[in-house]
Design a protein around this ligand. Structure first.
Ligand code: M6R
Length: 575
């Protein structure tokens, strides 16, 4: 969480970093800030709120660092916004991650007479560099020495008027962009994509300087391979859309197809790896829901398989051995809970397949085999197209185990186009009808119970309406007590589950609920029917689409920003 960006070159870096931070703001948008070198002086602009609504300061500088924040230590205030500086303002620092021992470091620095102006963990860094410089070290050596004091995860940029920009990576992503007579260093590629596609992905433990480019790890110079970023700049733009969320929802007919378009050898290798005794799927949020939706297909393929949340992974550690395959699913490839799960499973001998959208991400690099989602940058904080790509790939793997043709899944990509077109006006109308509700429930059975969970997550995170997704059969075991007059209950049903699910729908209808059925067939249980085709096992892939649209329109009705919901960040790199 948080995005950092540095520029060193022959252009004015201020507007350039300001623009780049907008592309990073999916990582956090509580506040933002820029520090620029002007002569021997450092000038700083910091503001609370959305960077896209603010202009950059009127300054010219070829050496600039910037930050977009998701608050961890300290509230959302100007003072807590990065960059942070030492007391004479000569050293400025931006940081993504958490310095776990900052309390101890801060106490020691306070005793040395340093004054702090923020509540952040980051502020210890410029003071420590200053501390070591005052004891005779160069900026470079003081930076390297400071890193030894820090415990925790970080990507750091430190800037000094005479020394340029120095960087360090340990547990948070950091990528170099190599342009013509200019260098970028950033948490993610889209921030410098308009300027260069040449990248170097840094490894944990790497630190160094931008010009001349020097990378060190464990005290020794290292060379990291340069590669070309495969991001398409146009995909990273909104085009004619007002929000990335709608654009990304509507991209799904194409992205499902791209997800299924994997080289044969890759799927063969994955199938060989799946020939282990147990498969454990790990993910968080939407990625976890995608695993749960697909799980039943692996069980039907005869595999012993289970899903586990990244944040709860420790509870299954006793099961893991060298016959376990971990399938780690993550759009960003940087989710800390999933990274921790992979590392602890690998220690016990497990093999890892990752399904990620960013092949240069930490999770991809940790895995034995990576299946790329190929859905292009997903810039809305909500996962939409990445979710259907994950489900498509997981189902394709389960089909491969059963030597089943994936025609049905390809059909889902075509059907998705039809479903989006047909249900869009209906979802707009439904959003207007239920936008003022305070709470709703979403139910389904089998895979559709997990679709219900994902649907509820979409509704609550973007419209802030409380929504709970659960297996339809569980309602009667307690939750039905909450059902009252007019409460919206969204019901997912298909040919396999309809009989029982519509009985549950009748039970809530009898208690006054407003029942919205997402089903290929109408039912007297539904007060409002959204018709989607039944495409057998692939139905979950398309069932989500109307609710993604509904969530989007609910956000608009309630004047919420669909791309940047409050309190969230796209890439969750804290534990
Ligand atoms: O990048 P990941 O897929 O690992 O992210 C995991 C969750 O943080 C993420 O799926 C989150 O729940 C969604 N953005 C919700 O829409």
């Amino acid at each position: 969480m948080c995005g950092i960006l540095g520029y060193l070159g022959n252009k004015n870096g201020v507007p350039l970093v300001h623009e780049g931070l907008k592309a990073l703001s999916y990582r956090g948008y509580d506040s933002w800030g820029i520090a620029a070198i002007r002569g021997k002086e450092t000038i700083i602009q910091k503001e609370v709120g959305d960077i896209s609504k603010c202009a950059p300061m009127d300054a010219h500088s070829p050496i600039v660092i910037g930050h977009t924040r998701w608050a961890t230590h300290g509230g959302v205030t100007d003072n807590n916004a990065h960059p942070h500086t030492n007391n004479d303002g000569t050293i400025s620092v931006v940081h993504n991650g958490i310095i776990e021992n900052y309390h101890l470091l801060k106490e020691a620095l306070l005793e040395e007479g340093y004054t702090f102006t923020s509540e952040t963990d980051t502020e210890v860094i410029p003071h420590l560099i200053d501390f070591y410089m005052k004891r005779g070290k160069t900026f470079k050596d003081a930076f390297a020495r400071t890193l030894k004091d820090l415990k925790g995860s970080y990507a750091i940029l430190a800037m000094h008027a005479l020394e340029g920009i120095h960087f360090a990576r340990n547990g948070s992503p950091l990528i170099l962009g190599i342009g013509d007579n200019e260098m970028f260093v950033s948490s993610d590629i889209p921030s410098f994509l308009p300027h260069t596609k040449r990248i170097i992905t840094l490894e944990d433990g790497d630190y160094g300087s931008l010009t001349p480019l020097a990378i060190t790890n464990k005290g020794k110079p290292v060379k990291r391979e340069e590669s070309l970023a495969h991001w398409d700049l146009e995909v990273a733009k909104k085009g004619t859309y007002e929000h990335f969320m709608l654009k990304e929802i509507e991209e799904q007919p194409l992205t499902i197809r791209k997800a299924l378009n994997q080289p044969c050898e890759l799927i063969v290798k994955a199938t060989q790896l799946m020939d282990t005794s147990t498969i454990i799927f790990v993910g968080c949020g939407t990625s976890y829901n995608a695993c749960s939706i697909a799980l039943t297909h692996f069980v039907h393929a005869g595999k012993q398989a289970m899903t586990v949340l990244g944040s709860e992974f420790e509870s299954v550690l006793p099961y893991i051995n060298n016959k376990t395959l971990l399938i780690a699913v993550s759009q960003s490839g940087e989710t800390a809970d999933v990274i921790d799960s992979i590392k602890s499973a690998q220690k016990k001998g497990a093999k890892v397949i990752s399904i990620v959208n960013s092949p240069s991400s930490t999770i991809a690099r940790l895995a034995d085999l990576t299946i790329p989602m190929n859905c292009g940058p997903e810039l809305c904080v909500l996962s939409t197209k990445s979710c259907t790509s994950q489900i498509a790939i997981l189902m394709m793997l389960a089909f491969a185990l059963q030597k089943k043709d994936i025609g049905l899944l390809k059909e889902a990509a075509d059907t998705a186009l039809h479903v989006i077109k047909q249900t869009k006006p209906q979802m707009q109308q439904l959003a207007r009808k239920i936008a003022n509700e305070r709470s709703m429930f979403v139910i389904g059975r089998k895979s559709l119970a997990h679709v219900a969970r994902e649907a509820a997550l979409k509704i609550k995170e973007v419209s802030y309406i409380h929504a709970e997704g659960m297996p339809a059969g569980e309602l009667k075991h307690g939750t039905i007590a909450v059902v009252c007059d007019g409460l919206p209950v969204i019901v997912f049903a298909d040919n396999q589950t309809r009989a029982h699910t519509t009985s549950n729908a009748m039970e809530v209808k009898a208690r006054g609920a407003f029942v919205i059925g997402i089903d290929s067939k109408p039912s007297h249980a539904y007060d409002y029917h959204i018709s989607i085709p039944d495409i057998e096992e692939a139905t979950p892939l398309i069932a989500l689409l109307p609710v993604q649209l509904l969530s989007y329109y609910l956000a608009l009705e309630r004047k919420c920003d669909p791309d940047k919901p409050r309190n969230l960040a796209k890439s969750v790199t804290v534990r």
